[in-house]
Design a protein around this ligand. Structure first.
Ligand code: HXC
Length: 258
């Protein structure tokens, strides 16, 4: 892969989008490589939590690649949007939590990539925005849908109609990010949270993600029935037996084995 780096450390998979010459902008090739990287992480059963970040401290991702989009027509534009939506939905549905570590600009497709992750940690120099209407297009990688679901329709419409950027503190205030940290400690903070998640029972964490995602798109009774079903499934896992036995026997559990 040319524009994506995959690393692994202590059950944490790290995907870095690396096109620093274009502030990590997403072109066709980078999206295809990201798709393959997500597949690789999904198939690695030894990875329990994932971090997605951008190379350098100036940008997470400064959007979809404008120089490639400039000459697209209705067909290639639709295909490009569909590829981004395909990859980002795969990230959203990945059976392990994904943390976006956002250092610097997260604009357009970059903001949309962050929105498809489970948790967003931003550096104090991060800037978020959906500037598509200033370029004659709509958000096309899920921005019109996920931004409204995360920050509410009023704020989402303001950001999308004005195309104006917001800073990290404002992103925190409106619930677009979970946490703002000094830019020097972004990677450490993301690793710390990923380690905390990876230290919990992987099957239970995976089922929590599935339950929250599924429940957010259906009525409450269907959602609660789904929760009951995943809760029941946990009792088939060795993790549940080991963790509860350790608690009752007043000893520390050394780790989970699934
Ligand atoms: C292609 C990009 C790019 C992008 C930056 N670059 N963003 N190339 N696509 N989205 C390139 C610049 O052309 C430049 O290349 C290099 O990265 C450094 O950028 P500068 O503009 O020189 O940096 P700076 O002056 O610091 O400004 C940073 C910036 C600005 C404010 C982030 O680059 C910017 O406005 N970028 C575009 C942001 C944007 O509109 N994103 C949304 C795109 S639409 P050279 O070769 O000159 O050094 C979108 C749609 C998603 O994402 C859905 C699609 C279906």
């Amino acid at each position: 892969m040319e524009n994506i780096i995959i690393e692994k450390s202590n059950h944490i998979g790290i995907i870095t989008i690396s096109r620093p010459q274009a502030l990590n902008a997403l072109n066709w090739q980078t999206l295809r490589e990201l798709d393959a990287a997500v597949d690789a992480i999904e198939n690695d059963k030894d990875i329990y939590c994932v971090i997605i970040g951008g190379a350098g401290d100036k940008a997470f991702v400064a959007g979809a690649d404008i120089s490639e989009m400039k000459d697209m027509d209705v067909f290639s534009g639709s295909d490009f949007g569909a590829l981004g939506n395909w990859v980002f939905r795969k990230i959203e549905l990945l059976d392990k939590p994904v943390i976006a570590a956002i250092g610097g600009y997260a604009l357009g497709g970059g903001c949309e990539l962050a929105l498809s992750c489970d948790i967003r940690i931003a550096s104090d120099n991060a800037k978020f925005g959906q500037p598509e209407v200033s370029l004659g297009i709509t958000p096309g990688f899920g921005g019109t849908q996920r931004l409204a679901r995360i920050v509410g329709t009023g704020k989402a419409k303001e950001m999308i109609y004005t195309g104006a950027n917001i800073d990290a503190q404002e992103a925190l205030r409106i619930g677009l990010v979970n946490k703002v940290v000094p830019k020097e400690s972004l990677n450490d903070e993301a690793m710390k949270m990923a380690a905390k998640i990876a230290g919990n029972a992987p099957i239970a964490v995976k089922l929590c993600k599935a339950a929250i995602n599924y429940g957010m798109q259906c009525d409450i009774d269907t959602a609660l029935a789904y929760e009951s079903s995943v809760f029941g499934q946990c009792f088939a896992s060795q993790d549940q037996k080991d963790a509860m036995t350790a608690f009752v026997e007043k000893r520390k559990l050394e780790g989970f084995n699934n």
